[in-house]
Design a protein around this ligand. Structure first.
Ligand SMILES: O=C(O)CCC(=O)C(=O)O
Length: 285
């Protein structure tokens, strides 16, 4: 018996490559998380940038809690079993009235993971809908193998390399995953997805948490991950500690080291060496 998903939702994930929406916290709790992010941004003098958007659960204790939230991890366990790592996290923030977008892509393209047993929990901290650039998916496209992508490094593309699918996709079949604050969608690493810009007068904030079973390996370099449930009998990833306060200096140093190593995997074969380089920042600004 699944812990969090219904048997129909498990079947839907297998058939369509996604499940949405799933409530994981109240709207008020999501608003509190948004307030914590924006309190940090107010102090920092602007939107979260560069490497701070990646593996942010190693910097903010409240995100370390979020990646371990039972309401999320129980659903992941229903799909991939009891031994689970959070491989990475990424903020997808679209500012109000901003051209930032996400091109059609498969997540698996540059991640270097040994098998496509990887699921993203995309947690909405604001509404995400047709008026502010909600994520759209092509149902069933996760059953495709890895398809070719081309790197565009387009300025307003929120993806690391501005990568886009280099084959025809039938966007007429796309489904928008509309979410209220405190809801999440789940999507498979091979599912073709993307999202248009946000023309609305408020930000659209999503926090993408990438989970893998402990048996998955990294084949493109050294890597680390956070055990969020069960036991790691494989030790394919260096274990990451859990911060108990925000911006603990030891964690700031560790996060820098880990995101630099991570960027070397994601940007391999290009000139870019870090999320903080001008080329990488241009895409994320
Ligand atoms: O936030 C978006 O609109 C797209 C997110 C995405 O591509 C992902 O989570 O893999």
């Amino acid at each position: 018996m699944p812990k969090r998903l219904t048997p129909e939702q498990v079947k839907q994930y297998e058939r369509d490559g996604y499940v949405s929406p799933i409530r994981v916290m109240s709207a008020a709790a999501a608003a509190e998380l948004r307030a914590k992010l924006e309190a940090f941004e107010a102090k920092a003098g602007g939107p979260l940038k560069g490497d701070l958007r990646h593996k942010s659960h190693l910097l903010f204790a409240w995100l370390a809690d979020l990646v371990r939230l039972d309401g999320i991890v129980d659903a992941i366990e229903d799909l991939y079993g009891p031994d689970l790592l959070c491989w990475t996290t990424n903020f997808f923030i679209k500012e109000a009235a901003n051209p930032a977008f996400v091109s059609w892509h498969q997540d698996s393209t540059y991640w270097g993971l040994s098998r496509p047993d990887v699921v993203t929990a995309w947690v909405a901290l604001t509404p995400s809908n047709l008026s502010n650039g909600a994520m759209e998916v092509l149902p069933g496209s996760h059953t495709l193998d890895q398809v070719p992508h081309r790197d565009t490094f387009a300025k307003n593309n929120l993806l690391t390399r501005g990568q886009e699918i280099a084959v025809e996709v039938d966007t007429a079949k796309a489904v928008a995953l509309t979410l209220e604050p405190g809801e999440m969608s789940l999507h498979h690493v091979r599912l073709v997805h993307g999202s248009p810009p946000n023309p609305s007068n408020d930000r659209r904030i999503g926090f993408a948490i990438r989970y893998i079973p402990t048996s998955v390996r990294q084949i493109a370099g050294e890597d680390s991950a956070s055990l969020v449930r069960g036991v790691d009998r494989f030790h394919h990833f260096a274990p990451e500690p859990r911060p108990s306060t925000d911006f603990d200096p030891a964690f700031v140093a560790l996060h820098k080291e880990i995101t630099e190593r991570n960027a070397r995997i994601l940007y391999r074969g290009t000139e870019v060496k870090s999320y903080n380089e001008p080329k990488a920042l241009a895409e994320r600004a």
